[in-house]
Design a protein around this ligand. Structure first.
Ligand code: ACO
Length: 439
């Protein structure tokens, strides 16, 4: 019988092994919210069998109390707070503190935390040589992967992952330096000098300042842009075991240093099926070009022989509206209004594409809805970010989620190195022939 009492229940799941006429009882556990899980940890020892689940469609890899998704109802919560509530009543620094420490900060803790983060916004001067070493036309995500990984060469004083103090310091450094690195990657790509952070600004304001200000001119930070960017940062801050977060956890499970782990997360995020979808979505809107071509592209998206997919549509977990996409869509409308843009061709096209896709049987049947990348690109474009920076900004926002999960993973007493097995389908044993006898 199951003695796992986390849920206050003693449920078990019985597997019948028809090969040996045996029955195996497995414990069933439940979290505070969400689904129940069959705990298969003892399965191999008891049956000699492994489970097979490519893409982890039915697998929970860990326990976590950081964020929660209900994919059927379209709910996302950070530490129990609905993301909509956080967007309305908190700022990104609140959310960073919440994800790292478990609850929202009071005024005093917030001030101390803000100071801790801003203290680390600058980069070691020598890091700027890395930027000079990249080709001018490098994609900012390529630069980000390299430079974030390189941070471990600069911070030997905080690489002891068993030390909570080291872990906190590394976490602060990563959250604080990520915008500086991302903005510098952009500045080098356009041949402009990097802009140093200004610690009198908020996190979001600093992003805008380092991206868009020039040493020769005053730069006015538009509050409408800061508001939109804050929302972008909050909704992108965490998303339970998404691909990049799982990558960070898996990389860290071997004891790798935090900078290397987050560089792995950045690399994973870049893929178009994950964070790269915000950039790919804009490329797609360009490809479609006008409303009259939407049917052609919907037909392509539905064609099993065509690799084309509607970028910014679909999600492994959400089988209803992604709550973040609603926030991004509303933010998009508000921002364009505030910027005095009354007719944005990208928004126009995106709205029509969304409308037609949602009316289409294929998308309804497969429960494919817009995810947050569908609208976030339009917001970032309206703010003046080049599309090559879209995924880098996602990485800036998600760094806090990555480090929160990395810390949780290190502190988990049941932590083991992540080491999946495989279903081997290659050759069975065969002898090596002398080279003359090989065909
Ligand atoms: N356009 C057209 N068809 C789609 C789309 C899409 N965007 N997404 C899924 N489908 C179809 C698939 O072809 C598949 O059809 P089938 O059952 O007939 O083979 C079915 O829906 C299920 O798709 P899977 O790829 O098996 O679903 P999975 O959960 O593995 O993938 C993913 C989810 C990767 C997000 C997928 O929906 C996708 O590629 N979307 C476009 C890229 C994108 O927007 N990614 C961002 C996700 S959000 C984020 O990471 C921050």
């Amino acid at each position: 019988m199951n003695d796992d009492n986390r849920s206050g229940r003693n449920d078990t799941y019985t597997l019948t092994d028809n090969r040996h006429g045996q029955q195996v009882e497995l414990p069933v556990a439940a979290g505070t919210d969400g689904y129940q899980v069959i705990d298969i940890r003892g399965l191999y020892d008891r049956t000699g069998l492994l489970t097979y689940d490519p893409g982890f469609t039915s697998t929970c890899s860990c326990e976590s109390d950081i964020s929660f998704i209900d994919g059927k109802q379209g709910i996302l919560r950070y530490r129990g707070y609905d993301v909509e509530d956080l967007v309305a009543r908190a700022d990104y620094m609140d959310v960073c503190y919440l994800l790292l420490f478990g609850d929202l900060p009071n005024a005093e803790h917030k001030q101390i935390f803000r100071k801790e983060i801003t203290y680390h916004t600058m980069l070691h001067e020598q890091i700027y040589y890395f930027f000079r070493g990249f080709r001018r036309d490098s994609h900012p995500m390529a630069v980000l992967c390299g430079v974030v990984g390189a941070l471990s060469a600069f911070y030997h004083d905080a690489l002891d992952i068993t030390s909570p103090a080291h872990r906190t310091l590394a976490s602060y450094r990563l959250i604080a330096k990520m915008p500086t690195i991302a903005a510098a990657a952009y500045r080098f790509s356009i041949g402009h000098p990097p802009v140093y952070p200004d610690n009198s600004l908020t996190f979001g304001e600093n992003v805008l300042h380092m991206m868009f200000s020039e040493p020769t001119e005053d730069y006015h930070i538009d509050p409408a842009m800061t508001r939109a960017l804050e929302r972008f940062l909050i909704v992108h801050a965490d998303h339970e075991q998404g691909t990049s977060t799982s990558t960070v956890r898996m990389t860290g499970s071997s004891g790798a240093n935090p900078f290397a782990c987050i560089a792995a997360g950045v690399a994973s995020l870049w893929g178009p099926a994950h964070g790269g979808a915000n950039e790919a979505g804009m490329v797609m809107l360009d490809q479609i070009g006008s409303k009259d071509r939407i049917p052609e592209f919907l037909a392509r998206a539905k064609d099993p022989n065509d690799p084309f997919r509607l970028m910014g549509f679909g999600h492994r977990v959400y089988q209803s509206i992604d709550p973040r996409s609603r926030i991004m869509r509303d933010t998009c409308h508000e921002l364009l209004e505030e910027l005095g843009v009354h007719d944005d061709p990208y928004l126009d096209l995106a709205l029509e594409l969304e409308r037609r896709a949602l009316e289409d049987e294929y998308f309804a049947e497969k429960k494919l809805y817009p995810n947050m990348n569908f609208y976030s690109g339009i917001i970032l474009r309206a703010m003046g970010f080049p599309r090559s920076m879209f995924t880098a900004l996602f990485a800036v926002a998600r760094t806090v989620g990555w480090v929160a999960h990395w810390n949780e993973m290190i502190e988990d007493p049941t932590r083991k190195i992540s080491r999946p097995r495989q279903l081997y389908t290659g050759e069975s044993k065969r002898p090596v022939k002398p080279v003359q006898e090989r065909i």
